[in-house]
Design a binder for this molecule. Sequence first.
Ligand code: 5GP
Length: 194
Amino acid sequence: MATAPGRLIIVSAPSGGGKTTLCRALRRRMPDLGYSVSFTTRSPRPGEQDGVDYHFIDRDTFEKGIAGERWAEWAVVHGNLYGTSADYLRQALAGGQDVLLDIDVQGARQLLDRFPDSLTIFIEPPSMEVLARRLAARGTDDPETVARRLRDAEQEMAQRGLYQHRIVNDRLEDAVEALAALVAKERAKERQGG
Ligand code: 5GP
């Protein structure tokens, strides 16, 4: 029997929404999920590892990748370039693996054009006030960056209608449960052919 192609699981959220932590928890629970490690021109934050959190590359390399059609989607987010490897997606999906992607709304739109049966989930903060507090508390970004991320968050929130599912990240443990339950249910449906 031929392997059924895998499916994309696209998770987006304004930064500070807890998405990275949620995706990490989901991957621990579902080790068979592929994870698309994005390429970016932004500098690593303390503790981030090249090849694990992101592939950190310079602008020139990224732009050459655009010309060479190396990205399945790419976008400018908070002033930096971010992209998904087309090769990685192709290989993982052809091998029957479902692939988790932590990307922004612009990227989700591009991938939905090409992979319309993707599972899409938007993680939202309980309120903009909570998001502002979380971003400031993270302490890894300067005040100007925090302000820009908040402005971008408002725009992202305005586009959440694009997503099939929304999860409010109020208590992290609850959000992890909700995300894992949702993904498990959708994958089971898929396996049953519908
Ligand atoms: P951060 O710099 O905080 O890790 O991520 C900033 C934003 O870029 C987040 O919304 C994240 O989901 C998004 N992002 C990360 N990788 C990609 C990617 O490959 N493509 C797109 N379009 N967005 C990405």
